[in-house]
Design a protein around this ligand. Structure first.
Ligand code: OOG
Ligand code: MG
Length: 255
C-alpha cells in the first residue's frame, strides 16, 4: 500500500484515539471503494497491534433511510472489535467520541463459518442466535461528511455497539417493528423489511463482500445487519433504548 494510503489509515486511527475529527480527504483525491477497504484493513492492523480482536462485522447503508441520511447509496461493511463492544444496560461516555449517533440494528450471532456466495437458506442455517443491538457510529470526518471510499476507509463509521439478549434463530425477522427511544419517547420507527427487503440479505451480503477482502465470518462472530432507520445524535443525559419486535430490547445511558 502506498505511503499516502498508510497515512490516511494513521490519520483516521489518531482521530479515534483522540476523539477529534479529521478533515475530509481533499476534493479530487477521493478514494475508490476498493482502496477504502485496503485502508480499513490497515487501520484494523493498527488496532490489533494494540491488542484488539476482531469479533465480527457491521453492514452499512443497507436501508434507504440510512443512504439518504448520509448521501451514499452503496452497501458497505466494517469490522467490529472487542473493545467496541459495550455492556448492555451500561453507559457510553460522550467524551470518548467525536459526534456519536445511535441506530437500532438486528444482530446475527453465527454458529458456523459463512463465506463467499451463499444462499439465503445457507445464511439462515449459519445463524445460532439473533439479538437486538444498537450501533454507535461516529464518522471520524468533520461534520459527518464523506463519500463512499472515505467512509469505507473509516471502518464504515463504526465506533461501538451494544448487544441485547439472544433470541431464537428461527424467529421470523422479515418484517419486525423497530423503535429507537430517547428518554422513553420514540424517536425513530422502522421495520426490518427496510433492510435490503429482508435482514438476512445483509448476512448474505456480509459473507460475499467480506470474502472479497479475504475476510471469513467465523462461528461466534457478530454481524450487524445495518440500521433500518436514521441514526440519532447523542448527548449527555440521554437514555437510549432500541426495541425490536420478537427480539427484545437493549439500552444504555450517555454520560
Ligand atoms: C455509515 C455507516 C452506516 C448503517 O447501519 O447503515 C451504518 C454512516 O452512516 O456513517 O452503519
Ligand atoms: Mg449501522
Amino acid at each position: 500500500m502506498s505511503n499516502d494510503l498508510v497515512s490516511i489509515a494513521e490519520r483516521l486511527d489518531q482521530a479515534i484515539l483522540t476523539a477529534t475529527a479529521t478533515p475530509q480527504l481533499p476534493k479530487g483525491s477521493e478514494i475508490e471503494a476498493a482502496t477504502g477497504y485496503a485502508v480499513q484493513a490497515h487501520g484494523i492492523e493498527l488496532r490489533k497491534a494494540r491488542g484488539e480482536r476482531v469479533i465480527g462485522v457491521k453492514m452499512g447503508l443497507t436501508s434507504r433511510a440510512k443512504m439518504e441520511q448520509v448521501g451514499v447509496d452503496e452497501v458497505t461493511w466494517g469490522r467490529l472489535t472487542d473493545t467496541m463492544r459495550r455492556e448492555e444496560g451500561g453507559t457510553l461516555a460522550r467524551a470518548d467520541f467525536i459526534h456519536p449517533r445511535a441506530e437500532p440494528e438486528v444482530a446475527f450471532i453465527l454458529g458456523r463459518r459463512l463465506t463467499g456466495e451463499v444462499s439465503l437458506a445457507e445464511a439462515a442455517l449459519a445463524v445460532e442466535a439473533l439479538a437486538p443491538a444498537v450501533e454507535i457510529i461516529d464518522s471520524r470526518y468533520e461534520n459527518f461528511r464523506f463519500a463512499l471510499g472515505d467512509v469505507v476507509a473509516d471502518n464504515s463509521s463504526s465506533a461501538a455497539f451494544f448487544l441485547g439478549p439472544r433470541a431464537k434463530p428461527d424467529t421470523d425477522i422479515a418484517n419486525l417493528g423497530i423503535v429507537l427511544s430517547i428518554n422513553g419517547a420514540p424517536r425513530e420507527i422502522g421495520s426490518s423489511a427496510a433492510i435490503l427487503g429482508h435482514p438476512l440479505r445483509a448476512l448474505v451480503a456480509a459473507a460475499r463482500m467480506t470474502a472479497r477482502a479475504g475476510h471469513v465470518l467465523e462461528p461466534g462472530d457478530i454481524v450487524l445487519a445495518g440500521a433500518a432507520t436514521a441514526a440519532v445524535p447523542l448527548q449527555v443525559g440521554m437514555q437510549v433504548e432500541a426495541r425490536i419486535q420478537h427480539l427484545g430490547r437493549v439500552g444504555f445511558s450517555v454520560v
